[in-house]
Design a protein around this ligand. Sequence first.
Ligand code: ADP
Ligand code: MG
Length: 341
Amino acid sequence: MSDRTELNDLGEFGLIEHLTKNIEHVQPSTVLGVGDDAAVIDRGDFYELVSSDMLVEGVHFDMGYTPLKHLGYKSIAVNVSDICAMNGRCEHVTVSIAVSNRFSVEALEEIYGGMLLACTAYGVDLVGGDTSSSLSGLVISVTAIGRVAKDKIAYRSGAKEHDLLCVSGDLGAAYIGLQILEREKQIWKENPGVQPDLEGHDYVLERFLKPDARVDIIARLAEKGVVPTSMMDISDGLGSEVLHICKQSKVGVKVFEEKLPIDATVTTQAQEFKLEPSLCAMNGGEDYELLFTVDQKDFEKINLMEGVRIIGHIADATDGATLVYPRGEEIFIKAQGWKAF
Ligand code: ADP
Ligand code: MG
């Protein structure tokens, strides 16, 4: 009777599955609940999209090196990104914070400054939230609400064999940014007098500290009349996200290693850390780029699209999910971006 299951036995995804398996929807308007980047609600002429994401001090950010204004910006950006991941447009957010008396009013003003900057950048209204005291760290929870035309929605489950696998922007930079911040923190801990050496790392640091939601890519796809057959955003790393698409679409995938978009500064910096650049792209998280598939008929449009790279194609489920190296060697993709408790 006194059985106790440890959270670590389930892991994050196992826990969500366990806790949500008995949910039964009673509202006819509920099109999709748990399982995608956002919930989908039928509003007659369009689908409403709802998504929540939480940032927790010590888990998602370190107060030692996170500028508060960037933190505010990022908390909005990552939520807008989840609405983009459904091919939708975010219109409203609510913001809930739990805060300890370690923080001053001025510090919270900084966070809100960043949030409002992001709201302006994305054309989103901040329309409410909740405020509580906290006995430990700072917690920021944001809910994003958006919309998408019914015939434009992109789920994780729609990829078909032979579809092209595409990614926006470049990958691995946020992970390298984090490695640099952690390195400088370690050095500072040992020699408190030393100033952090962040010179020349603007790009990777910004990618980690102040990511942007790819609303521009959503607009570009709409402009060219391309509706992805499946889509999600990359928060945990390409490898783990590709597996979500495979699982939910019941397909396999081939990702070509030489096609992975990696910024030159990431390649250089990865080598300095003795890391394989392509593994930073596969397993590093927090890039908030879009991963999507399109039908082959859209090849020309996608091939010419700025900021989008075709990195592979969808295969049969029995082929599994593999990373293909230039000389033909294939390795199975594993989920590394897995948050343990
Ligand atoms: P993302 O990486 O896009 O933020 P998550 O991995 O956090 O998505 O969540 C996966 C799915 O599980 C989403 O559909 C989310 O709404 C749902 N989910 C996460 N946590 C909970 C929870 N505590 N209760 C109900 N649903 C949850
Ligand atoms: Mg997501």
